[in-house]
Design a protein around this ligand. Structure first.
Ligand code: 8ID
Ligand code: ZN
Length: 355
């Protein structure tokens, strides 16, 4: 039973139609008695803002989001209700949990059983196919919400649920070993600044690529061994090779929202290197020389968020203080200006909205 009094309406940031201005308005809250089995209602504490939310609001991906849409998929809240007849819930009312991009999956298909829950054909995506975390209350799913470790405050935990999980998994599968060089285009952004830190936790040597003094300072403080300003450097390939003693890097994990972060990667990787695609420009192809991809035995891989276990592991590392999200806190009303800043590349680290 729900002890919390759930109000009739809540403030939410609504995208009325792809590409249209966001409206902050009152919308109806689903009643606890209307929750389906397996659903839970969260009273939100905060949510991070990911560049994916901006892609979704603009409609610039080949797969469209639902509209009207409440975006957001890096939120932390308290469970205030669970649908009647929910069997074997791993969480209970009062638990502090996170909502990640993968809101729900069937857990029974081949992809789910292989641990690639994010590729489940029945997957529901927070802030994309179902309403997300840019609202005071959120409906999510008991099987997929992520318990937040006690040692981690909610604001520090929020962006681990997407930016953290995603970079944690991408680096885990980047085919790198202790002491390897890893290039991180987009390192000053939300995903990138966590990638620098997860790379260090794994014993890698990060070369950060991004632009501007603020991002340089952030990346170097977080453990990058070198920083390349992509707007100033005339020859990024030569610079990566110089830093790595001539041979090039072992891996590149690209988290830029534009395709430009991808273009030099095959050229600055050493033979046997791995290009891990993470950033999601909607329309660009991957321009890689077939000849040198073969000749240098390059692996090109894609990495898409993470499963429930990745979320647990990424949060656990953060709870032990090894990875720290650098964020600025704002109100939900600031979302449009946050998107403007993101589009200009002016956000170093993350913005977290509090409720
Ligand atoms: O599962 C996934 N693969 C996943 C999960 C979450 C997010 C993918 N994403 C995608 C987002 O949809 C987006 O396309 O990753 C991308 C980055 O998300 P973000 O970190 O939330 O975006 P940001 O904070 O704006 O950071 C992007 C950084 O890239 C830099 C910018 O300056 C910014 O700091 N950048 C750009 I744009 N072009 C660059 C370039 N050519 C560049 N850095 C280096 N070289
Ligand atoms: Zn995201």
């Amino acid at each position: 039973m729900c002890q919390h009094t759930v109000p009739a309406t809540m403030k939410a940031a609504v995208v009325p139609e792809a590409g249209k201005a966001i409206e902050i308005k009152d919308v109806r809250v689903k009643r606890p008695e209307e929750l389906a089995p397996g659903e839970c209602l969260l009273k939100m504490i905060c949510t991070g803002v990911c560049h994916t939310d901006l892609h979704a609001a603009l409609g610039d991906w080949p797969v469209p989001a639902k509209t009207p849409l409440i975006g957001g998929h890096e939120g932390v809240g308290i469970i205030v209700a669970i649908g009647a007849n929910t069997g074997n819930s791993p969480v209970k009312i009062g638990d502090r949990v996170g909502v990640k991009w993968l809101a729900n999956s069937c857990l029974n298909c081949e992809q789910c059983k292989k641990g690639r829950e994010q590729n489940c054909e029945h997957a529901e995506l927070s802030g994309f196919t179902v309403d997300g975390t840019f609202s005071e209350y959120v409906v999510s799913y008991t099987n997929h919400v992520t318990p937040i470790p006690e040692a981690l405050d909610s604001y520090a935990a929020a962006s681990i649920l997407c930016a953290g999980v995603t970079t944690y998994r991408a680096i885990k599968y980047s085919q790198t070993s202790l002491g390897d060089w890893i290039v991180l285009p987009g390192a000053g952004g939300g995903l990138g600044h966590l990638a620098v830190q997860y790379a260090r936790v794994r014993g890698l040597r990060p070369i950060a690529i991004d632009s501007g003094e603020e991002k340089r300072k952030l990346c170097m403080e977080l453990g990058a061994e070198a920083f390349i300003d992509f707007k100033e450097c005339k020859d990024i390939v030569a610079e990566v090779k110089r830093i790595t003693g001539g041979a090039g890097a072992h891996s590149a994990v690209v988290t830029t929202a534009s395709s430009s972060g991808y273009t030099q990667a095959v050229d600055y990787l050493r033979p046997g290197g791995t290009l891990m695609a993470v950033g999601l420009p909607g329309k660009a192809g991957l321009e890689a020389s077939i000849f040198f991809t073969v000749f240098k035995s390059i692996s090109i891989l894609g990495s898409y968020v993470g499963n429930r276990q990745d979320a647990y592991e990424a949060l656990d590392i953060a709870a032990r203080g090894q990875v720290v999200c650098k964020y600025i806190m704002k109100d939900l009303q600031a979302l449009t200006s946050v998107y403007d800043g993101m589009q200009q590349g002016a956000v170093a680290g993350r913005i977290v909205l509090k409720f």
